[in-house]
Ligand binder design. Structure first.
Ligand SMILES: NC(=O)c1ccc[n+]([C@@H]2O[C@H](COP(=O)([O-])OP(=O)(O)OC[C@H]3O[C@@H](n4cnc5c(N)ncnc54)[C@H](O)[C@@H]3O)[C@@H](O)[C@H]2O)c1
Ligand SMILES: N[C@H](CO)Cc1c[nH]c[nH+]1
Ligand SMILES: [Zn+2]
Length: 432
C-alpha cells in the first residue's frame, strides 16, 4: 500500500496504518495456549507428545536426544554449512564476549563498601523456531551467549521435522555452543514443558527465543505464574522498516523487504522516503523480484500488510520510525550518521547501502533475537547480560556504621519501624 499524503492523515488514520498484522489474529490463541499449558501441567510428557503429533504431524517415543545422537546428527552437516556456521559463531562470539559484565566495588561513604556482581542463571531454556523454516542461526544467537555466560544447564527445544528429527545444521550449531540438553518439541507445549517441567525435561529459570503467536503467548502466560520462569522479550514475526532517500538502490530495498517478508505471512515490512519516485521504483522491483522466490506465496501475503510511506522530509520519516519501534531499522540514505541521533527506538539498526538486514540475521555478530510488536520502545535486543542475574553486597566497618547510624535511625523512626532503628543502635551501644 502506498501512502502519499501522510501529513494530511488524521492521527487515528496514521495510528491505524502503523498497526502490526497481528491485530487480525484469531481471538482464540490465548485460550488455545492456556489449554495446552494446562494439559502439559497435568499430563507432562504424554501431553507434549500428543501435541507434537497434532501440530507437527509426527508420533515420537521420546523427546530427548542423547549427546551421542546430537553428535551423529551434527556430523551429517555438509562441510560448507559447517564452515558458514563456524564463521558466524566466531563473529557472534566476539561481539558477545565483549559484553562481559564487570563486578564493581564502591566506597559510598567512608567505611561503607558496596559491590555489584553477576551470576549466571542456573538453567536457561532456548527456543529455536521450526514451523516455517529451520533456523540454525537462532541456535547460535541463543547458544553463544549462554555458552559465554556459563549457564550450567543450556536446554534447547525445537519442533521436529516431518521425520521426527531436528536437522543436522541445527544440531551442529547446538553442538558448537555446548548445549547441554536437546529436545525435539516446539510450540506452546515446549514452552510449557520448559516452564513447568515433565518427567524428561526439568524446569528452567528463564526462557529465551523467538517464535510464532503460540510460542509468544505461551512465554507470556507461563511467566505470569507466581512460580513461573522469567522470559527474555516478546520476539514474534519479523519486521523491517527502511528509511531511504534518492541515493538508495530500489533493487536493494526490495530485496531487503522480501528477505523479511519471506519469514511468514505475518511479517511486516515498511519503507519510508521523501521520494515518491523512489517508492514507485521499489514497488516495481518488488513485483519483479518476488516472482523468482521459492517462498513467494508467503512473501506475497506479508506484502499485503506492507506500507510505503511518502513523507515531507527524512526528519518526518525518523519520527514515524520512532513511533513504530521496528524490530529492524535500515538506513539507506546518503548520510545515515546524520539520522542516527534521531533514531533510538529499534531492536537493531542497519547503517548504509552495503549493510543488508540479512547480515545481522546471520553473521555480523549482533544478536538477531529482537523485540517486535512495537516493544522495542521498552525491551532491548538480546545480549550477554540477559543470561545472568545481578546481585549486590555491602560491608560496613564500625567507623562506617558510626557515621551512617544517625541517617539510618532517623529514616527508621520516620517510617515508624523501631526494630530497624534498634538493629542499628544495638551495634553502637557495645562500643560506647
Ligand atoms: N523476533 C525475532 O527475534 C525472531 C527471530 C527469528 C524468527 N522470528 C520469527 O519467529 C517465527 C517462527 O514461527 P514458526 O511458525 O516458523 O515456528 P515456531 O517454532 O515458532 O512455531 C511452530 C509451532 O507452532 C505450533 N503451532 C502451529 N499451529 C498451531 C495451532 N493451530 N495451535 C497450536 N499450536 C500451533 C506447533 O507446535 C509448531 O511446532 C516467525 O514469525 C519468524 O519471523 C523472530
Ligand atoms: N529475521 C529473523 C529475525 O526477525 C531472524 C532470522 C533467522 N534466519 C533468518 N532470519
Ligand atoms: Zn530473517
Amino acid at each position: 500500500m502506498i501512502i502519499n499524503d501522510w501529513s494530511q492523515l488524521s492521527a487515528a488514520a496514521q495510528h491505524e496504518l502503523l498497526q502490526r498484522p497481528l491485530r487480525q489474529d484469531s481471538p482464540t490463541v490465548e485460550q488455545d495456549v492456556a489449554a495446552i499449558i494446562a494439559a502439559v501441567d497435568k499430563q507432562g510428557d504424554a501431553a507434549v507428545l500428543e501435541f507434537t503429533q497434532r501440530f507437527d504431524g509426527v508420533r515420537l517415543d521420546s523427546l530427548r536426544y542423547s549427546p551421542e545422537q546430537v553428535a551423529a546428527q551434527a556430523a551429517k552437516t555438509p562441510v560448507a554449512v559447517q564452515q558458514a556456521i563456524d564463521r558466524a559463531y566466531q563473529n557472534i562470539q566476539r561481539f558477545h564476549q565483549a559484553q562481559t559484565p564487570q563486578s564493581i566495588r564502591v566506597e559510598t561513604t567512608p567505611g561503607v563498601f558496596c559491590e555489584q556482581h553477576y551470576a549466571p542463571l542456573q538453567a536457561v531454556g532456548l527456543y529455536v523456531p521450526g514451523g516455517s523454516a529451520v533456523l540454525p542461526s537462532t541456535a547460535l544467537m541463543l547458544g553463544v551467549p549462554a555458552q559465554i555466560a556459563l549457564n550450567p544447564r543450556r536446554v534447547l527445544v525445537s519442533p521436529p521435522n516431518p521425520t521426527g528429527e531436528l536437522e543436522p545444521a541445527l544440531m551442529y550449531a547446538a553442538q558448537r555452543c555446548g548445549i547441554t540438553e536437546v529436545y525435539r518439541c516446539g510450540g506452546a507445549q515446549a514452552i510449557a514443558a520448559l516452564a513447568l517441567g515433565t518427567a524428561s525435561i526439568a524446569p528452567v529459570q528463564k526462557i529465551f527465543g523467538p517464535g510464532n503467536r503460540y510460542v509468544t503467548a505461551a512465554k507470556q502466560q507461563v511467566s505470569q505464574r507466581p512460580d513461573g520462569p522469567v522470559i527474555d522479550m516478546p520476539a514474534g514475526p519479523s519486521e523491517l522498516l527502511i528509511i531511504a532517500d534518492e541515493s538508495a538502490q530500489p533493487a536493494y530495498i526490495a530485496a531487503d523487504l522480501l528477505s523479511q517478508a519471506e519469514h511468514g505471512a505475518d511479517s511486516q515490512v515498511i519503507v519510508i522516503s521523501p521520494s515518491a519516485e523512489l517508492l514507485a521504483k521499489v514497488g516495481e522491483q518488488l513485483a519483479q523480484q518476488v516472482r523468482s522466490l521459492p517462498r513467494a506465496a508467503l512473501a506475497r501475503q506479508a506484502l499485503q500488510y506492507s506500507r510505503m510511506i511518502c513523507t515531507d522530509s527524512l526528519q518526518q520519516a525518523c519520527s514515524i520510525s520512532q513511533r513504530y519501534a521496528p524490530e529492524h531499522l535500515s538506513l539507506q540514505v546518503e548520510d545515515p550518521q546524520a539520522l542516527l541521533p534521531m533514531l533510538t527506538v529499534a531492536g537493531s539498526i542497519f547503517i548504509g547501502h552495503t549493510t543488508p538486514e540479512a547480515g545481522g540475521d546471520y553473521a555480523t555478530g549482533t544478536n538477531h533475537v529482537l523485540p517486535t510488536y512495537g516493544s522495542a520502545n521498552r525491551y532491548s535486543s538480546l545480549g550477554l547480560l540477559d543470561f545472568y542475574r545481578r546481585y549486590t553486597t555491602q560491608e560496613v566497618t564500625l567507623a562506617g556504621l558510626q557515621s551512617l547510624a544517625p541517617t539510618l535511625i532517623t529514616l527508621a523512626q520516620t517510617e515508624g519501624l523501631d526494630a530497624h532503628a534498634r538493629a542499628v543502635a544495638i551495634r553502637l551501644e557495645d562500643t560506647l
